[in-house]
Ligand binder design. Structure first.
Ligand code: F6R
Length: 263
């Protein structure tokens, strides 16, 4: 796992855009996994800015979403389908049909989840998976207690997550209780995991995820078992890491050939 501690959110966004550029230059038909929430928004903005300036194209890429609220139609402003369009897809040259969202209105939930998994496999798997982390350690919406080998399925949000996400709604009671989410095993099959985290409120979850025991109590900790993970943190999110100084030293002395912005 590569843990990189950067000064602020814009530095994280720049690094994420460098990684995306390197990825799409190497593989123009890259398959992305896209997260929503606040954490990746600055990165999506930076990627869109660079794509629009002609630095690279995303025209051959496609994407699979990490999760979706049950009961919100795709055109509901707080659905993740609408969110990803407004913060990212509408601003880049990806094809309109290039993003596979999860259908939160599906009548047959197991069939929707199975179809989603099948389509990821048909696409050849996810190359670069964006991730955030919840304050309770969730990735996608795999809440504490999630099976470490779970696949795409329905989950019930914890009260903590509903409170955290209430800022996007009028009140906590408007935050749906149920979600469809990629499972931990689904996420682990992506070739490269890119986690972006900022802010002190995530410091404990980050420490548990990166340095704690691998446990269903902190679902994000499963990424310790992945061979290729990049975690981009600001100073505040890194604040509770025992290895903070070491991670900084590693990054400061990264060999040139390993740098992201060399392509
Ligand atoms: C969203 C997702 C969630 C968020 C997490 C952090 O698609 O998968 O796991 O990444 O809840 O949310 P923010 O970034 O809003 O703090």
């Amino acid at each position: 796992m590569e843990v990189v501690i950067l000064p602020d959110e814009q530095a994280i966004a720049n690094a994420a855009a460098d990684i995306v550029k390197r990825q799409v230059v190497a593989k123009p038909n890259t398959v992305f996994g896209l997260a929503t929430g606040s954490s990746p928004v600055a990165a999506y903005r930076e990627i869109a800015k660079r794509q629009n300036s002609g630095d690279f194209t995303l025209s051959d890429t496609r994407a699979f979403m990490l999760d979706e609220y049950v009961g919100l139609p795709a055109d509901h402003p707080q659905s993740y389908a609408a969110f990803i369009r407004s913060v990212f897809i509408d601003h880049v040259d990806m094809r309109d049909d290039a993003v596979r969202t999860l259908n939160g209105m599906a009548q047959d939930v197991p069939a929707e989840c199975a179809a989603f998994e099948f389509e990821i496999a048909q696409a050849g798997g996810v190359d670069l998976q964006f991730l955030g982390i919840g304050s309770d350690g969730h990735i996608a919406f795999n809440e504490p207690g999630s099976s470490l080998v779970s696949r795409t399925r329905i989950k019930t949000l914890t009260e903590q997550t509903r409170i955290d996400n209430a800022r996007f709604f009028d009140s906590v009671s408007d935050v749906p209780r149920h979600v469809l989410t990629q499972g931990l095993a689904t996420i682990m099959e992506a070739r490269h995991l890119l986690m972006l985290v900022n802010g002190e409120s995530k410091a404990e979850a980050v420490a548990a995820c990166v340095e704690g025991p691998v446990s269903a109590m902190c679902p994000g900790s499963i990424i310790q078992m992945h061979p290729r993970v990049t975690v981009l943190l600001d100073e505040a999110a890194a604040g509770k890491l025992a290895l903070e100084d070491y991670f900084k030293e590693v990054y400061a002395h990264k060999p040139d050939w390993q740098r992201w912005n060399t392509s």
